[in-house]
Design a protein around this ligand. Sequence first.
Ligand SMILES: [Zn+2]
Length: 552
Amino acid sequence: MNLTLRLRYLPLLGLGSLLGCQSTASTSADLVVYNATVYTVDSTFTQAQAFAVQNGKFVAVGSNEDIRRRYKGQQEVDAQGQFIYPGFYDAHCHFYRYALGLRDANLVGTASWPEVVAKLATQRQQYPQAAWLTGRGWDQNDWLTKQFPTKDTLDKLFPDVPVFLTRVDGHAALVNQKALDLAGITASTPISGGTITRDAQGKLTGLLVDNAVRLVSAKIPEPTPTEADAALLQAQQNCIAVGLTSLADAGLNKADIDRMESLQKQGKLKVRLYTMLNPTAANKAYYLPKGPIFNDRLTVASFKVYADGALGSRGACLVEPYADRPKETGFLLSTEKEFRALAKELAASKFQMNTHAIGDSANRIILNIYGDALQGQKDRRWRIEHAQIVTPADMPKFGQFGIVPSVQPTHATSDMYWAGERLGAKRLKTAYAYEELRKQYGQVALGSDFPVEDINPLYGFHSAVARQDAKNYPTGGFQPENALSRPDALRGMTTWAAHAAFEEKQKGRIQPGMAADFVVLDKDLLKAPASELRGAKVQQTWIAGEQVYKQK
Ligand SMILES: [Zn+2]
């Protein structure tokens, strides 16, 4: 044991015996984990070697010697010198949407049409009962043969199941004959605002564009309750395999929450959920009078609002025109008056308002509306989701009004290739400014926005600290002055994410009284070379003292 560690825990031992709460004989605990480097992420970022868990919570954290002398675990785990962190928290994702999307074959990045077909065959093997075979994300521009594919192969391989494959931009789809039949589309079907593609002989190719896509997509049935449950459990499996123990789902309705809560009550869905409600009349009528809900694994405490769109499609609302479209500034998705009215309504409740704001104009408008509505209440933890482009003049408002910046570090490294074209060099400097936002509020909550980005929180950690993509590009990092320190990035995906959900007293740290959610990794996230961070492997994931994942 190293000397500093021994000294650090000496006072703790003294206190224990003084209080008489631990006799020299060891106390029984449900679980003792030892022989680890434990990053507790407590207020002083203490390191430990071992801890004990009882009734789903940490009861003691300390050195190997201390913990093993004081506690006898029903279960004892030798961590074999690996690294333990509080369970990872994705502060902004779309868990339910991701779950339902698992039914779609992921065709993003496919290099050829045969590869697409192979992926479809695998998908069909995985979900043989599914009424439709769906996929998304193909892009013939990525292929050697850049021609649009036709339905011929699909008709041969999948004559009996309708196939629906959306292109990466969502504006086109390739479908098979079965799907065309179900939608009643023939070579003579009229269409306006879209195309039903025919070949030189006048035969349908299966390629549909714009409004024609909807003729078929409208026929795809909603998932049955059984399918939705199965999808959620599969999604959970994927999440815990990358160390996620808490998720903030950004935009749900009551029926979605009821479904997930029911799975939690059955003990099947173990991952903890913080849910943001869509601000529909139905959701407001049901939840506002009840007030926020804080259950053991389910929090319903916020409404998710969209101020504007995305930068890539020039839907982000900017103060000055787009650098590459001098006549466009983007737009708000509702009027300022409507946002103001909603803010007033929510300020009178105990709910948080979490607003998607990408453009600097959207951020300015929402920050000002928040400030007016909150009238000096500094700890309502209203959030701006993304906070992607913020002018220097608006930056201090995060601190001034107590607004939580909820950001997604992989967005910076996904957008860095083209964001400058949209914004120009000067404005780009005020974008993806995570360290600056952290300084203003004192914290940032980190998320991924999956399925827009990958679910792996370590990709976000790497992007946050190195500001580089998966190939470690660019050298030195993209706008590295806005990189987060490693301790802060770890806080952002644990205790600060919990704070952004009013849950920091229950979870996000390895310390007595906190939920025993933790992750065992093979790498030291604080010390490993940046190029190794994305490849760190989750060995075990635990929720409430229960092992929910172990690497095989
Ligand atoms: Zn989102």
